[in-house]
Design a protein. Structure first.
Length: 208
């Protein structure tokens, strides 16, 4: 038992303050989003700002670039959720449409190979370390673009996309030795499932 405690303490000592803060704020923002709480957005902005530096250090350039998009979408989401009719307590949850599914599929199909190819070719030109998993990273980035936008628009199915993407991210971050981040994304999977269940309840209350 003492050996296990010592191993945990040793592991914690090797985690960076930047990643620890990113994980804490990241978990808070996703939990609050799952609870349909508008205060998820300021925590999301802080977490995203920290992960710009974390992913740059880990050579996950697609993920780093994605954080700038997240930053803009977090600001937009905060604004959009704040806009509601005076009789509404919260911005209502909506279901995804066939057109939104089509647009999302096209975006993922276009962004994945384009971004992946760009990451492969750009590294030697800019004298950067080659990107890790360029095409897998680009696929997850494309899916995240869709999921984040649909979260900002309060589309219920955004949580299902996050479950799928976060499972992939857990494996990627474990391989890159971002252990705390991998644990955070494993927690994201659970929270995303909770978020889908809670938002679905809210949707049913609205329709009732």
């Amino acid at each position: 038992m003492t050996g296990i405690v010592h191993s945990i303490q040793n592991w914690l000592q090797h985690q960076t303050l930047l990643e620890t803060l990113g994980v804490i704020t990241g978990l808070l923002c996703v939990y609050l989003a799952a609870r349909n709480n508008i205060w998820n957005w300021p925590f999301a902005i802080i977490s995203v700002g920290l992960y710009i530096f974390i992913f740059f250090s880990a050579h996950l350039y697609a993920d780093m670039g994605l954080q700038f998009y997240f930053m803009a979408m977090n600001i937009y989401g905060w604004y959009f959720w704040s806009r509601k009719h005076t009789v509404e307590i919260k911005r209502p949850v909506v279901l995804i449409t066939a057109r939104q599914i089509l647009y999302a599929s096209i975006l993922v199909a276009v962004v994945t190979p384009t971004l992946g190819y760009t990451l492969v070719k750009l590294a030697p030109v800019l004298h950067y370390t080659p990107a890790s998993f360029p095409y897998l990273d680009s696929f997850c980035t494309a899916c995240s673009l869709v999921a984040q936008f649909y979260m900002a628009r309060k589309v219920l199915e955004n949580w299902l996309i996050w479950v799928f993407v976060d499972i992939i991210y857990v494996a990627v971050y474990l391989f890159k030795h971002l252990d705390l981040t991998a644990i955070m994304y494993a927690a994201y999977v659970v929270i995303a499932i909770m978020g889908y269940i809670d938002w679905k309840k809210d949707y049913k209350k609205q329709t009732a």
